[in-house]
Design a protein around this ligand. Structure first.
Ligand SMILES: [Zn+2]
Length: 715
């Protein structure tokens, strides 16, 4: 018993000491945190709102280079932001209704708390956020300025410290002003001014209580409550916001009722009439930039995001207000030539002007996009639409329209890979006969026929005439996996669907280019460059470098390191085959070559004729064109020729005016040989002459005469 008592006593002592250690540790850690907190909160300014505000007005400039190798030849082509379209609005210019709407809805104790609303924070912590985020507007401002969005305890703690520090150093009006100028409000808007213009076509000074509540309502979830996208969601929350304003005595009963009944007119409503003032501002201050400049802006934002982990908001602010110098890779001579054709709709049919439905007279016009590159990755020109460009950073069909490539996929997915892997040669005899897919003979040729089992075509002629049967046959020999690897990993088409039920790894996508989504002219152009430069894939770039205003720090720089996508010999053979598309009668691009310059090309038409393509190059440039309607429908009016090839030819002929003679550099690992009419192999002795083709020195399969008995019915 005594022993037991002593043991109990010992146990108690151990437990007590343990408890004391824990209590002491907690106290010490607590003290440290407290000291750190106090010193941080009372210490130096952690976020300087004044510096931030000033940095909002730095103009970024986009340049072009007269000589790509000499930055001193840079000249200005576009100016982003600038004083005249400044969007930072002083609080005194922001209507009280707007200020009240945000405060009443988001943070009703804003004028009382010191940065953190402890009641809400504890409530949020206890309910794991179910009772609302618990963030004050000060904390939201910190979040918007630092872009730290992970919901971790450490992040939350830091946010609280920053908020307390901010409140020590700035008064409520400065904090509210910064908040209202930086809050994300959907559709790429930051701040109430851009949002008022976006949603109401108004200056923020003209916004009333009902509209102010619309803007404040977006804050909670900018997409869910976007008034253009989800007007019903927004309306419910707007009414709630107005009630909060009324409850908090910011709206009288009469004002509240007026606001509730006020008919909201958004910029996408039928009743919307652009206000004179805003229309005038837009006219005076907004220069419409080229599609190329749009593309540069998007690329720089994307690259800032991937290089530095910036959010869209941060990247946007940096590009528009960060005083950047962006040295674009545009070649204005080429750009001007392309724009001349596209802006004036040269070569586009009259049909395009008919009205979609007779009543409201909306014009429906066939559209197009083109990307032009040199052979080392430089995008020299880009036009993303036909007709006069009316807005900045709207739909750029050269980069954004993802459309099925039709037969223009064949050199990338079928014939190029087949020659690269020695599955086929220039003159391989391919059955002009569909394969069995899902129990049926497939596909049909343009003529409507699935071919016949005893009909054969040489590969070169199959490409030139764009037969679908032979493409399916060749793909079957190559294999879907190999084909898909070439298209996605070597030619870097990134818009194909890799996995799942919609995958593009199937015969329809790879043999005839009927894809789940499709491809862009930019990526098709970069891929086709390999046929003109010895098989090297260069990632396309549209700027050389991006620096700060003083030119001291370089934020981004484009690299031009190529990958060998296909063999140098394959590239030359493909180039020779694709030349016959333009130069041989029966070629689908016959007569579309650039005058005085060797031209290779492949056309494309989807099976439903909703998309037309032309991709090809000369010794100087490679270009890809898409042509069709924005809202997919059949292209009916064209004069028997592929309209994409027509635009390709019009633009490229203009681009090449006055250029010096130049030819492709062909691989010395390729030889010209005659091939056997019977077997399609390189002629041996006694072979009937088939024609002349191009072959790898490393793979030149000769005919031994054993295949002569098969009848060759096609050339
Ligand atoms: Zn032979």
């Amino acid at each position: 018993m005594a022993l037991g008592k002593r043991k109990k006593g010992q146990l108690l002592t151990v437990l007590l000491s343990f408890l004391i250690v824990i209590v002491l540790t907690v106290l010490i850690v607590g003290m440290c945190v407290l000291v750190y907190t106090i010193s941080f909160v009372n210490g130096d300014v952690a976020i300087d709102l004044d510096a931030y505000k000033n940095s909002q007005d730095q103009t970024s400039i986009i340049y072009a280079l007269k000589d790509p190798n000499d930055y001193s030849t840079a000249y200005e082509i576009a100016r982003l932001h600038g004083e005249e379209n400044r969007i930072w609005i002083d609080l005194s210019e922001i209507p009280e209704d707007v200020q009240n709407a945000f405060v009443c809805l988001e943070d009703k104790r804003f004028y009382k708390h010191s940065g953190v609303d402890w009641v809400r924070t504890i409530k949020a912590a206890l309910t794991l956020g179910k009772a609302g985020g618990g963030s004050t507007m000060t904390q939201q401002l910190i979040k918007n300025l630092t872009d730290e969005n992970q919901a971790t305890v450490a992040r939350k703690f830091n946010e609280i410290l920053y908020a307390l520090n901010l409140e020590k150093n700035f008064d409520k009006s400065e904090i509210l002003e910064a908040y209202l100028n930086t809050i994300p409000l959907g559709s790429g808007c930051y701040g109430v001014q851009t949002a008022a213009q976006k949603y109401f076509g108004k200056d923020i000074t003209q916004v009333n209580a009902a509209e102010a509540a619309v803007l404040a309502s977006i804050t909670k979830a900018p997409t869910k409550y976007n008034p253009l996208l989800n007007p019903d969601n927004n309306k419910l929350r707007q009414e709630h916001c107005l009630k909060m304003m009324h409850d908090q005595h910011k709206l009288s009963k009469g004002e509240y009722n007026d606001a509730l009944n006020y008919e909201l007119i958004f910029t996408n409503s039928d009743k919307y009439v652009p206000s004179e003032k805003v229309a005038k501002t837009v006219k005076q201050d907004t220069k419409i930039n080229s599609y190329y400049v749009d593309y540069v802006i998007d690329s720089v934002m994307d690259d800032l995001k991937s290089e530095y982990g910036y959010t869209q908001g941060e990247a946007y602010r940096m590009v528009y207000y960060g005083g950047l110098k962006i040295y674009s890779a545009i070649d204005e001579k080429v750009q001007d030539a392309a724009e001349d054709i596209y802006v004036n709709r040269v070569g586009f049919p009259e049909e395009a002007d008919r009205t979609e439905d007779g009543s409201n007279g909306t014009k429906k016009k066939v559209q197009s996009g083109i990307t032009i590159m040199n052979y080392e990755g430089r995008v020299v020109a880009m036009v993303g639409g036909a007709g006069k460009k009316t807005i900045n950073r709207g739909l750029n069909r050269a980069t954004d329209a993802i459309r099925s490539p039709g037969s223009s996929i064949k050199p990338l997915a079928v014939y190029g890979p087949a020659i690269d892997t020695n599955v086929a040669t220039y003159s391989t005899r391919i059955p002009d006969f569909g394969i069995i897919v899902n129990g049926e003979r497939w596909p049909r040729n343009y003529s409507g026929s699935t071919g016949s089992p005893d009909s054969y075509v040489y590969l070169q002629a199959a490409v030139s005439r764009s037969l679908n049967t032979t493409s399916a046959q060749t793909l079957k020999r190559l294999g879907l996996d190999k084909s898909f690897e070439y298209v996605t990993r070597r030619f870097h088409l990134t818009t194909l669907v890799e996995d799942g039920d919609d995958t593009d790894k199937n015969f329809s996508s790879l043999a005839v280019g009927g894809m789940t989504h499709g491809v862009t002219t930019l990526e098709m152009c970069a891929a086709y460059c390999t046929f003109g430069n010895g098989g090297k894939y260069y990632k396309p770039y549209c700027y050389y470098k991006v620096t700060d205003y003083a030119g001291k720090n370089t934020y981004l720089e484009s690299s031009t390191t190529p990958e060998q996508a296909i063999g140098e010999d394959t590239a030359t053979i493909m180039n020779r085959i694709l030349q016959t598309v333009c130069y041989n009668a029966g070629g689908t691009g016959y007569g579309k070559q650039v005058k005085n310059f060797t031209t290779f090309m492949k056309t494309g038409t989807t099976s439903d004729t909703k998309d037309k393509w032309a991709c090809g190059g000369t010794p100087y440039y490679c270009a890809a064109v898409w042509y069709g309607y924005d809202k997919q429908e059949e292209i009916k009016v064209y004069n028997g020729e592929n309209p994409a090839a027509k635009e390709w030819s019009l633009v490229m002929n203009k681009v090449h005016e006055g250029l010096e003679a130049k030819d492709f550099t062909y691989s010395d690992k390729v030889v010209q040989r005659s091939y056997c009419a019977g077997s399609g192999l390189v002629s041996g002795s006694g072979c009937p002459a088939g024609g002349s083709g191009w072959y790898k020195t490393s793979y030149t399969p000769y005919c031994d005469g054993s295949g002569h008995d098969t009848v060759n019915t096609e050339e």
